[in-house]
Design a protein around this ligand. Structure first.
Ligand code: FES
Length: 118
């Protein structure tokens, strides 16, 4: 019997990435599936959640963020969001610009100024 694939398993990325993508997201070699308000979305490993949301907007059109709202450097809490780790009950509050993308991340509530598009 074939084991079902873990929906949170990283997806390897092969080949060269476009230069503009490397500038924004780094030279990632895997996409990490996260959940954004209930919708699964693979995002580059090694990025902050805020940067991953940029990827989700540009590549998947999953979210629309008001990018003018965010300072990008943890100065005024403007990117506060709610998240949990899949399988845990506890919902946590964190800053999307500080929190790193990780396996089993579920964004329960996007930062203010963000909304899911589908
Ligand atoms: S982007 Fe301003 S605190 Fe995170």
């Amino acid at each position: 019997m074939i084991e079902p694939r873990d929906p949170y398993e990283p997806i390897p990325v092969e080949g060269e990435l476009p230069e503009e993508e490397v500038e924004l997201f780094g030279s990632y070699r895997a996409l990490i599936p996260i959940s954004v308000e209930g919708e699964r979305c693979p995002v580059p490993e090694g990025t902050s959640v805020l940067r991953a949301l940029q990827y989700a907007e540009l590549k998947h059109e999953l979210v629309k963020m008001d990018w003018r709202r965010y300072c990008w450097n943890d100065t005024d809490g403007c990117c506060e969001m709610e998240y949990r780790i899949a399988g845990e009950e506890r919902v946590r509050i964190g800053l999307a610009c500080r929190l790193a993308v990780r396996a089993r991340l579920e964004i329960v509530r996007l930062p203010k100024g963000g909304r899911r598009c589908r």
